[in-house]
Write a protein that binds this ligand. Structure first.
Ligand code: GLN
Length: 456
């Protein structure tokens, strides 16, 4: 490690990262730059090293976190107006674990407000630009984190993935992005979107870095009862022999660049001696509809706590108790947040619960079973992350359904709780990055990361 070997100081690394962050200001990557705090921590680490004291595995490594992670360093806004004045008294468990190993947060990253979106255009602070083409979207909702890593500002960044928000921006920017098995990393201290699919994960430039971050952050947390006992460190790496590809994902909505990236990877795998298994997974065609019923239902419930009273933004247009709620929520949420609150309350309402919410839960079970069957035939599944590469800024933002359709290949695994790892798959002829995802059974995260190393 360069820092422990004294070839570079933590202070120098942090200064460089902050300088780069400023250099790339026009990309609108950060909602907050942690200059003072980061330099102070770097000085502490340098002092420890000078005294010969032990430092952690990430000592002095500059990183960024998505602005839906709570910590007292800077305001946690989730890129929304309604949370804008909030400085949190608590720190997310994942952040505590990273910082206990010496990682230094240099900034909070831009995102779609409350993580609702696939482009980072739904941010109250404006869109983040794609690292390879400034006229295109960063992907979303963790767009700022992806671009911060892709432009080499930080070594790694955190994200959240409820329906693709780590994997899709990773693929739009040509880096690695992992959505772990549901329950692997504690979500305590992270702004909730949809509690039955929300996962915390990372953006990195190598599979090795992903492995290290997982070993540091995975594990049970008394503050998050959905966390699994730590399986990551002790899980066995399964040798991958059979790679599944999904027949139904080979259709006209998938762009030629993505088809060719997948075909190239399949050819490479065949040459390397892997067996390719074609899977038919007909229930996956319900996944997008199921996701956009269940997730808004959970969003409507999770966002009900922002009432203009307990924390965050309160409107000035107040005449009575009722208008505290209505004006604060109306002015504080963005259109996409409101759309989801309305859809969610609709599908949960007494006349429609059976027809939508309950039906969707049954279809979710079919999807889970379909993956279980698939993993009897193969060890991992390889698919694109999204049907297209990064699209143009403004292209889909006024057409929510076309934006939702971008999620068709990323949301199924969230419904099933499975891990998915985006791997870079080169650039298309148009110069834009393409990414593919490796999907495995629950708790196969280490196998996926190891397989990515073999393919790198
Ligand atoms: N794009 C998806 C959505 O808008 C996923 C978002 C996410 O994973 N946070 O719901």
């Amino acid at each position: 490690m360069k820092i422990a070997n004294k070839t570079v100081t933590a202070t120098q690394l942090v200064k460089d990262a902050l300088e780069k962050a400023k250099h790339f200001e026009e990309y609108n990557i950060f909602t907050f730059l942690n200059e003072e705090g980061a330099l102070r921590k770097a000085a502490e680490i340098d002092a420890k090293i000078a005294k010969g004291e032990k430092v952690g595995k990430l000592a002095g490594v500059p990183y960024a976190f998505k602005d839906n992670f709570l910590s007292p360093e800077g305001p946690t806004t989730a890129s929304s107006k309604i949370l804008s004045p909030l400085v949190s008294p608590i720190t997310a468990t994942a952040i505590k674990k990273l910082e206990a190993e010496g990682a230094i947060m240099i900034g909070r990253t831009n995102m779609d407000s409350f993580a609702h979106g696939s482009s980072t255009e739904n941010s109250y602070f404006g869109p983040t630009l794609n690292s390879a083409d400034k006229t295109r979207v960063a992907g979303g909702s963790s767009g700022g984190s992806a671009v911060a890593v892709a432009l080499d500002i930080v070594e790694f960044a955190t994200g959240t993935d409820t329906g693709g928000s780590i994997r899709q921006p990773a693929s739009f920017n040509g880096i690695y992005g992992l959505k772990p098995t549901y329950g692997t990393i504690s979500r305590y201290g992270v702004v909730a979107m949809a509690s039955s699919t929300d996962c915390i994960g990372f953006f990195t430039k190598t599979p090795d870095d992903m492995d290290l971050l997982m070993s540091i952050t995975a594990g049970q947390d008394a503050n998050d009862l959905t966390t699994l006992p730590d399986y990551y460190e002790t899980s066995e790496i399964k040798e991958v022999k059979k790679v599944g590809i999904i027949k139904e994902f080979d259709n006209d909505s998938v762009s030629s660049e993505l088809k060719s990236a997948l075909n190239k990877k399949v050819d490479q795998l065949k040459k390397q001696g892997y067996e390719i298994v074609e899977l038919s997974m007909p229930a996956l065609k319900y996944a997008l509809a199921v996701y956009y019923i269940i997730v808004p239902a959970e969003i409507a419930s999770n966002l009900s706590r922002y009432d203009g009273i307990r924390y965050g933004y309160r409107s000035d247009n107040i005449t009575d108790l009722e208008s505290i709620y209505t004006s604060s929520r109306n002015e504080g949420f963005m259109d996409e947040n409101k759309r989801r609150i309305m859809i969610g309350n609709f599908v949960l309402s007494s006349g429609f619960y059976d027809a939508y919410y309950l039906k969707a839960q049954k279809a979710r079970t079919l999807i889970i079973k379909e993956y279980e069957e698939a993993f009897k035939k193969c060890d991992v599944i390889l698919t694109p992350v999204a049907p297209n590469q990064a699209f143009k800024l403004g292209e889909k933002i006024n057409d929510p359904v076309s934006m939702y359709l971008e999620d068709v290949m990323s949301v199924p695994i969230n419904l099933a709780g499975l891990p998915g790892l985006t791997i870079p798959a080169g650039t298309g002829e148009n110069g834009l990055p393409t990414g593919l995802q490796l999907i495995g059974p629950r708790r196969s995260d280490k196998t996926l990361i190891n397989f990515a190393k073999e393919l790198a």
